[in-house]
Design a protein around this ligand. Structure first.
Ligand code: DAH
Length: 337
């Protein structure tokens, strides 16, 4: 008898665990426990035929199996009733994809710029966005009270600190930390008190610096031209105009032939055929000296250009502020990685 009860229990267990819905549970309940046809009820009724000596023990086993079955059925019925499917979940519906982001247009361009310079043998350098007056100005040969400081519309912080107004301080950090020959670019955020369609108080620059024996202005021109042709079109022209920056001598600004009209003249280049791209020059002897290098034995070139401008030209964006509003309707138009 005990064996029979054991196999009954096993059969019950396997039926319960494969019961998929409420109807199956009703069927199981009827099969085992219903007063008329239930297997267990029938067995209980045969109890009086069992040998009186064994009857109490068999009776106990039967009753405990009955309680066991009732508990398991109640549990199974409960969990079915509260399951998501019972509450109306349609498991046959197609899944919902989590929204997938894309790289920000600035980061797409950033990667492209860094790759081009890495291929040209430059390495990546970094500096802090919160800078000291020394690195942002003094070591770059901006004398105290020099009017060139005013053109930078600086955000000053407490404790003599400021938000860097350009990536040029990374030149100084690199020159102080490394020995020539060196070739680095530093790409990152810079800050100025300025905001309109072509200015954002936070924007991005990439700084280049090469210092070694015998570096000339021709190296600078070749580097800028190669970069311009890689990032835009391979017929791009570059022109340099004399200009003044305290940390270079001679200093220049450079323009690219308009990447949209190839120099023919269009609305983007204001009919001039040229687009202003950045500043450049030969590292000023005073800058080399201030950071511990002998301007008699090494020379170098430096350049700085606007990353946001490049992104705007590549993606056809005409208001820089759109780049930083984080409007997904805008950002989703540039699905790059
Ligand atoms: N730092 C300058 C600016 O933001 C740009 C610049 C000009 C960088 C000349 C240079 C350079 O490296 O040689 O206005």
């Amino acid at each position: 008898m005990q064996d029979r009860l054991q196999s009954l229990r096993e059969r019950f267990d396997s039926e319960i665990s494969s019961a998929a819905d409420a109807a199956a549970l009703v069927r199981i309940r009827a099969g085992y426990l219903s007063r008329k046809g239930g297997v267990l009820s029938q067995l209980l009724r045969t109890l009086k035929e069992v040998d009186p000596a064994q009857r109490p023990a068999v009776g106990d086993s039967l009753n405990s199996l009955k309680r066991y079955m009732e508990e398991r059925l109640a549990l199974a019925e409960d969990s079915l009733a509260t399951s998501p499917v019972a509450q109306g979940l349609d498991v046959s519906l197609p899944g919902r994809m989590p929204p997938l982001g894309t790289a920000h247009p600035i980061n797409q361009v950033r990667r492209e710029i860094e790759e081009i310079f890495l291929e040209m043998g430059f390495s990546l350098a970094h500096g802090p966005e919160v800078e000291t007056d020394y690195f942002n100005f003094v070591a770059l040969n901006f004398p105290i009270d020099h009017p060139a400081r005013d053109t930078q519309d600086t955000f000053y912080l407490e404790g003599g600190l400021l938000l860097r107004t350009h990536t040029s301080p990374v030149q100084i950090r690199t020159l102080k930390a490394r020995k020539p020959p060196l070739k680095i670019i530093a790409l990152g955020k810079v800050y100025r008190r300025d905001s309109d369609v072509s200015h954002s108080p936070m924007f991005h620059q990439v700084e280049g610096l090469a210092v070694a024996e015998g570096i000339t202005f021709a190296d600078l021109k070749g580097t800028v031209l190669t970069f311009a042709r890689r990032i835009f079109r391979d017929d791009t022209q570059v022109r340099f105009r004399p200009s003044y920056f305290p940390f270079v001598e001679p200093g220049a600004e450079f323009d690219l032939s308009c990447v949209l009209c190839a120099g023919q003249g269009c609305a983007t280049c204001k009919r001039s055929g040229w687009l202003e791209m950045g500043g450049a020059g030969m590292v000023h002897p005073e800058v080399l000296r201030l950071s511990g290098h002998d301007p008699q034995s090494v020379s170098g070139f430096a350049f700085g250009l606007g990353v946001d401008r490049i992104a705007m030209l590549k993606f056809g964006i005409d208001d820089i502020r759109l780049l930083f509003e984080n409007d997904l309707r805008f950002l989703h138009q540039f699905p790059g990685s």
